[in-house]
Design a protein around this ligand. Structure first.
Ligand code: HEC
Length: 104
């Protein structure tokens, strides 16, 4: 391959890749980190979710909580709910919270 073209492509990848990684994808994060307990649809109807008696994330009891409250549970954890502070960035946590709003 032409060296100059190769250099341009490499540079383009170096610039574009971090940008795509930085843009947190709430739906993908939810699927990867949360769905095993909360279910892809948020219902909590997974073997883990049932054994932990999870509330449906789409239910009014959960949805009436503010973004700040949902963010806090996600970041700090609660009971058997793992804390994601340090595992997810603040931007990723807000993307996941925004995704939970789309489940209802
Ligand atoms: C290991 C299973 C597990 C995983 C993985 C998990 N959770 Fe949870 N989650 C729980 C449990 C258990 C509770 C209930 C905690 C309680 O009320 O005692 C909970 C509660 C919650 C609540 C509060 C809902 C309510 O009932 O008010 C939110 C919001 C939440 N989780 C978000 C998330 C997000 C976002 C993720 C992924 C980043 C996630 N959870 C991953 C187990 C899990």
């Amino acid at each position: 391959m032409n060296r100059k073209l190769f250099a341009i492509i490499t540079l383009a990848i170096l610039i574009i890749l971090p940008a795509t990684l930085a843009a947190a994808d709430g739906a993908a994060l939810y699927k990867a980190k949360c769905a095993m307990c909360h279910g892809a649809d948020g219902s909590g109807m997974t073997p883990m979710g049932k054994s932990m008696k999870l509330r449906d994330l789409r239910s009014p009891e959960v949805q009436k909580q503010s973004d700040a409250e949902l963010t806090k549970v996600t970041a700090d954890g609660k009971g058997k709910m793992p804390a994601y502070k340090g595992k997810l960035t603040d931007a990723e946590i807000s993307a996941v919270v925004a995704h939970m709003r789309t489940l209802k």
